[in-house]
Design a protein around this ligand. Sequence first.
Ligand code: NAP
Length: 277
Amino acid sequence: MKKYLVIGNPIGHSLSPLIHNYWMKKYRLTGSVYEKRKVEEKDLKDVIKEIRENKIIGVNVTVPFKKLIIPFIDELDFVAKETQSVNTLYKVDNKIVGYNTDSAGFWNTVNILYPYNDDPSMPSPLEGKCVFILGAGGVTSSIISALYNKGAKIILSNRTKKKAEELKKLFPELEVLDWGKRPVVCDIVINTTSVGLTKHEEIKIDFSDYNKNFHKNILFYDLIYNPKETSFLKDARLRGNRTMNGQMMFLNQAIYAFKLWTNITPEIDDEVIKLLD
Ligand SMILES: NC(=O)c1ccc[n+]([C@@H]2O[C@H](COP(=O)([O-])OP(=O)(O)OC[C@H]3O[C@@H](n4cnc5c(N)ncnc54)[C@H](OP(=O)(O)O)[C@@H]3O)[C@@H](O)[C@H]2O)c1
């Protein structure tokens, strides 16, 4: 049996097993199973040992271990190193490698709205744009890394300012704003905080004047996908802004992990979307 895991604490809410087991069945990987395991920090080295001994083939890492796992890993891919955040583990040439698929998972979804041409002679669709990011938690560095160096001005604000300033050490071009303040206008506003996970919980920043006609194309993006529409997104929708929740990012990060482990690029079909509903 080939075993895969998602580790975190808490872990009960994780939908990763549903998705990966669905794909394993769909692509007839009959000897494979994906489970969730609640772990403590002291258990991390044992999980790595299990990968070394082929007892586990691949692991997804979630809150609060994406950074804490790093000391136990042999190698990091470029994005994991840049973001200091690992969400996927896999053994390659006898080395445990830590990958970050959150960043590409997010970028893929933005890329649909702002089609990006990798040809360096073409202007970036993000050139001259302003991106306002709320939060500086574990996932935020993945979001910044996806958008960084693509011509956009990135402004970051977090309740605990020190954490935003820590991120500025990794991404020096960031502009840090006090919590509660906001740019006069911006093109993309991204909620990377956990505010909204509980229904009716609100980010107390007033974006009501982002509704004027010339601001209408602003995209409000919430990484949260359960609930599907947070207050942050509902208010934006009622103002006439564009909105996106975290569902596609979540599916995309899972696609990249699945591809790493199995060499199969799974499809996003109606069934898998239903699993998240
Ligand atoms: N769609 C996806 O694929 C995906 C992937 C990863 C994460 N997520 C979502 O992204 C969110 C953040 O995840 P994470 O791993 O970064 O979590 P985290 O490390 O726990 O960070 C939580 C963030 O939320 C802020 N926050 C919490 N309560 C707040 C409040 N009452 N007022 C203002 N700010 C508050 C924290 O600010 P302080 O620093 O001041 O505490 C911190 O910036 C979660 O909702 C998670 O579900 C989605």
